[in-house]
Design a protein around this ligand. Sequence first.
Ligand SMILES: Nc1nc2c(ncn2[C@@H]2O[C@H](COP(=O)(O)OP(=O)(O)OP(=O)(O)O)[C@@H](O)[C@H]2O)c(=O)[nH]1
Length: 257
Amino acid sequence: MPDTALHPLVDLRALRLTTALSLIEQGTGQAPALPHAVGGSERYLQSVIDSLCELSLRDPLTGLANRRHFHAALEREVDRVARSGEAALLLMLDIDHFKGVNDTHGHVAGDKVLQVVARTLAGCVRPMDTLARYGGEEFAIVLPACQAEFGRAVAERIRRVVAATPIMVGPTTELRVTLSIGGAFALQWIRSTTSLWTNRADHQLYRAKSEGRNRVCIEEQPNSTVSAEEKGLLFGPLYTPSGWGELPPFDSNDSAN
Ligand SMILES: Nc1nc2c(ncn2[C@@H]2O[C@H](COP(=O)(O)OP(=O)(O)OP(=O)(O)O)[C@@H](O)[C@H]2O)c(=O)[nH]1
C-alpha cells in the first residue's frame, strides 16, 4: 500500500506512454521492464495495460479498492448470495468528526489519518473480503460467507482496534479517531440489488452516528422469506427440509432427446 498521495488527475485522452509508466511506477514502486528482444514488446505492452487496469481500480491515497472496484465486488456477491443462499455482510464505516481533524491539524494530517485507518482495516479482514475507500472519510467492506455472530464480532473488533490505534500526524502530535459502523446482511435466496443493500447498511450507519458515534449498528438479519417448503418447490430433490440433499443418480433415459 503506497504511503503518499499519488499523481494529480491525469487527462486520459492525452495519456502518453511515458506518463503511464511514471503513474505505474508511483503506484506500484516499479515500472514494467523494457523489452529486450523482438517479441518481448507485446508482453511489455500487455504488462503496461495490466498495470494501468490495476491502478484504475485503486484509491490513490490509501491503495485500497476504489468505489468502482467495490461495486463490481458487491454485484458479484449479490449474485452469489442469490444462487447459494449463503450469508454475506456489508459494512459501511465512517470516521467520526473527521472535519475536526482537518480543521485542527490540516489536510495533510487528515490524509495521514485516512492512510493509517485504511492500513488498520486491511489488517482486520480476511483475504476473501473486499475492503474499499468508498468516499471521503468513508470505507466499505463486503464479507462473503459471513454468519451473523461472526459479522458482529468482526465489526466490533474493527471498531475497537481503530479506536486504540495511535496515529502520528507530526513529530509530537498523536491522534486517535473512532469509527461509526453500519451493517446489513444480504437477503438470502433473493436477487436484490447493490443499491438496496447499500441503502440498508447506510441506514444503520446513520443510526450509529445519531446514537452517539463510535459504535456498531447492524440490521437484524431478516429471516429468509423463502420457507423450507418453498425451497423444496424451487429446487426439487436437491433440497429437503433438513437441508441440501444428494443429487439423484443420473438416468440417461430421463433426458429429453
Ligand atoms: N484530508 C482529507 N480530508 C478529506 C478527504 N476527503 C474528504 N475529506 C474531508 O472529510 C470531512 C468530512 O466531514 P463531514 O462529512 O462533515 O463529517 P465528519 O466531520 O466526519 O462528521 P461525522 O461524520 O458526522 O462524525 C470534510 O471536511 C472533507 O473535506 C481527503 O481525501 N483528505
